[in-house]
Design a protein around this ligand. Structure first.
Ligand SMILES: *Cc1c(COP(=O)(O)O)cnc(C)c1O
Length: 369
């Protein structure tokens, strides 16, 4: 079925952007430093600066950013890491792949980690907290920072969805010991392939990450510990550099679309809210309603594509459900109500009106619950 309003549209249709990307690729073809070329270093510098950090290390994906960050901290078997129950499964996998055990905490109505739930799950084996800035909204970081300091735990940010988001003026990635980003093609700051980044102020962790992203080697030859090849691709870095220059406008457009949805929908469904000091990037625009499934069908008939991100909580995935530890009552209730509306750079205000009219029509036709 062809959607009039697709959930996502990854075509590059802007002529100026297209030309910049082609030029960036040609520059790499000309200099020939295909592996860890100068664009990787330049992007690392720019991303570190954008996140108010000293350093950053380019890696192959957001999953690798998380996994290698956790490896850099020496995490392993017997260790526990507390994270949210509600995230893309890469978050839990990154913890599990180090040999450690993910412990799943509940969320608040804003879909982000509940610090009180985190505190209730701390044990002598807890090493740290992996906070996910879900939907591009930064978690309650001052509470989480205070909590982790009190218990002597580290705090890592899964900022895969949140590049460019701010809380009280501070950017995503600037709060934890390390901040981890994904620049996969679906993210707000997106490459045209897989890409990721770890930011930090600690030089010792940079050295570890640089070894871990290339088979655990130093000087590309001596292997200190087993790891895989998770380097950032130079072509992707070159494309990301061009897109970084346009990124402010990308966020502005997203926020504009989100505010337009807010104005049109706040009386009908639960819309994402920004508390004072929060500047979200709306990786997804996730509404909540008790009549989610009916609404989704209704919109589908109008050829408007929506998605449930994500329909299965991480601890309830087949890979985890038998041994998952934690608490996620509120998350279980919330995921039955969530629906993500289209939000991307090709959407016009006319599209927003069509989606909003579809939702308002649905509630006007039949009694709300
Ligand atoms: C996308 C995403 C990841 C993984 O990033 P990839 O680049 O796809 O590996 C991790 N965590 C969250 C919250 C994500 O949304």
């Amino acid at each position: 079925m062809i959607n009039d309003i697709p959930f996502l549209d990854l075509r590059v249709t802007n002529a100026g952007e297209r030309q910049e990307i082609m030029e960036a690729v040609e520059k790499v073809l000309d200099h020939g430093q295909i592996v860890l070329g100068p664009e990787v270093m330049e992007l690392e510098e720019r991303i570190a600066a954008a996140c108010s950090r000293k350093f950053s290390v380019g890696v192959n994906s957001g999953t690798d950013a998380l996994y290698l960050a956790l490896r850099a901290l020496g995490l392993g078997q017997g260790d526990e890491v507390i994270t949210t129950a509600f995230s893309w499964i890469a978050t839990a996998n990154a913890i599990r792949l180090t040999g450690a055990t993910p412990v799943f905490a509940d969320i608040r109505e804003d879909l982000n980690l509940d610090p009180a739930s985190v505190e209730s799950l701390i044990t002598p084996n807890t090493r740290g907290v992996l906070a996910v800035h879900y939907t591009g909204k930064i978690c309650a970081m001052s509470e989480l920072q205070a909590l982790t300091e009190r218990y002597g735990l580290w705090l890592i940010e899964d900022a895969a969805q949140a590049f460019g988001a701010r809380l009280n003026g501070r950017p995503a990635g600037s709060f934890g010991t390390m901040g981890c980003f994904s620049m996969n093609p679906m993210k707000v700051f997106a490459a045209l392939g897989e890409a990721g980044m770890v930011v930090t102020d600690r030089g010792d962790l940079v050295v570890r990450l640089q070894a871990l992203r290339y088979n655990g080697t130093v000087n590309r030859e001596t292997c200190l510990e087993p790891s895989h090849n998770g380097r950032l691709d130079t072509l992707q870095a070159a494309i990301l550099l061009r897109r970084l220059a346009r990124f402010k406008a990308v966020i502005e457009k997203r926020r504009e679309l989100a505010h337009a949805y807010h104005e049109r929908l706040a009386h009908f469904v639960r819309v994402p809210l920004e508390a004072p000091g929060e500047e979200d990037v709306y990786y997804t625009y996730t509404i909540q309603t008790d009549r989610r499934n009916e609404l989704m069908d209704h919109l589908e008939k109008m050829r408007i594509e929506t998605k449930i991100r994500h329909p299965i909580l991480m601890p309830e995935q087949p890979a985890y459900c038998e041994q998952a530890r934690g608490t996620w009552t509120r998350a279980s209730a919330i995921i039955r109500r969530i629906l993500c509306l289209p939000i991307h750079d090709k959407l016009t205000m006319h599209d927003i009106d069509r989606v909003s009219d579809g939702i308002r029509g649905f509630f006007a036709r039949s009694p709300t619950s």
